[in-house]
Design a protein around this ligand. Structure first.
Ligand code: ST9
Ligand code: ZN
Ligand code: ZN
Length: 315
């Protein structure tokens, strides 16, 4: 075989070790039966679990995103804030996706959310963050509501929701729609597609996915009302929280959102870290959504100067 002697930097012939990577033609494999393979079960189990887990990730990701969009693009940006208009097919998709997230029907969600904005961090706010992290996160779902929530909620203008056929249909058939979309579909897809056991299909794409989306949503009420900067309005508690933005697919720009609640992007930065805004943009491109509302650049700039905490960075 051709050999090439490489000089090292000090000009000497390289040491023996430097030639250990050249193929050794003198080695001959031993004749006769090979020694039996000895399996390292620990690694077999770990590698198997890793790949089963990853296969579930494939189910979990689309189910996480579609369920979450039913809350962010649906109950929140479309139905609570009317920040854009959606065609009937898109509304039907968002209605089904919303049932997948099982967070109360759209009507109830939007009514609670409107009182949350209008009476933010008072007794009339259903998840008043002044009552602490636990109450704002999950505790509010374990107690009777403060009477002011109901009193103020009854005075809200809700005719748009009451006249929306998709909203009223989903409310009427809420329980069966949740059984179908939150449990049956996420279990049936892996069971039918690759014969997964119903046991695992119940715990991972149904329960785990549901719980993750719930907690990501609740973090907007708890963490994003407590930790982060206030570039747009330092006089209110809602904050810009990057972790919440990431887990709640774009809903963590919460200081901006409470300052400009009609903005369909819930952020100054459009699609950046904001899958929900990308989704609405894609729907507009396909002709399924239109009339998106936006906070104008001048308005946002003026507000930043007037009430911001000085932490604003453009982009
Ligand atoms: C869940 C909801 O998790 C989560 C919402 C989160 C909101 C987040 C917002 C953040 C911004 C958006 C970001 C999205 C990010 C998403 C990221 C995704 C990755 N106005 O409720 P009841 C009246 S749900 C007017 O029983 P109680 C009304 O007449 C989780 N009226 O009150 C009502 O009757 P009806 C699963 C109101 O007895 C009647 O009162 N679901 C209002 O105090 C009785 O209402 C659960 O866990 C109002 N605002 O009970 C269910 N509210 O409805 C939990 C009430 O017929 N809920 N009324 O008109 C319950 O069990 C009960 O509601 C309760 C209170 C025990 C909490
Ligand atoms: Zn909102
Ligand atoms: Zn809020």
């Amino acid at each position: 075989p051709p050999t090439r002697v490489v000089k090292s930097s000090n000009g000497n012939v390289p040491p023996e070790a430097a030639r250990e990577d050249v193929f050794d033609h003198t080695y001959k494999e031993k004749e006769g039966p090979k020694p039996p393979s000895s399996i390292v079960w620990r690694n077999v189990v770990l590698m198997t679990l890793l790949h089963i887990g990853a296969a579930y990730g494939v189910v979990l990701l689309p189910s996480y995103f579609s369920g979450a969009l039913g809350v962010t693009a649906g109950a929140h940006r479309l139905w609570s804030h009317r920040s854009y208009k959606a065609s009937l097919p898109l509304k039907i998709f968002l209605g089904l996706a919303n049932s997948m997230s099982f967070q109360n029907d759209i009507f109830e969600w939007a009514r609670d959310h409107r009182v949350h904005h209008k009476y933010s961090e008072t007794d009339a706010d259903p998840h008043n963050a002044v009552r602490g992290f636990f109450f704002a996160h999950i505790g509010w779902l374990m107690l009777r509501k403060h009477p002011d929530v109901i009193e103020k909620g009854k005075k809200l203008e809700l005719t748009d929701l009451k006249s929306d056929k998709v909203v009223m249909f989903q409310r009427k058939y809420y329980k069966p729609s949740v059984l179908l979309m939150c449990f049956f579909v996420p279990m049936a897809v892996p069971w039918y597609m690759w014969g997964e056991s119903l046991w695992v299909a119940y715990y991972i794409p149904a329960l785990l996915r549901y719980t993750l989306v719930l907690n990501a949503t609740w973090l907007v009420n708890s963490a994003a009302h407590m930790w982060g900067n206030r570039p747009y309005d330092k006089t209110i508690n809602p904050r810009e929280n990057a972790f919440v933005t990431f887990s709640a697919i774009g809903e963590g720009f919460h200081n901006y959102h409470h300052t400009f609640p009609y903005d369909y992007a819930t952020s100054e930065f459009g699609c950046k870290l904001n899958l929900t805004t990308c989704f609405i943009d894609a729907m507009c491109f396909l002709g399924l959504a239109k009339d998106v509302k936006r906070g104008s650049r001048e308005l946002v700039q003026a507000r930043l100067q007037r009430t911001g905490d000085g932490s604003h960075r453009s982009g």
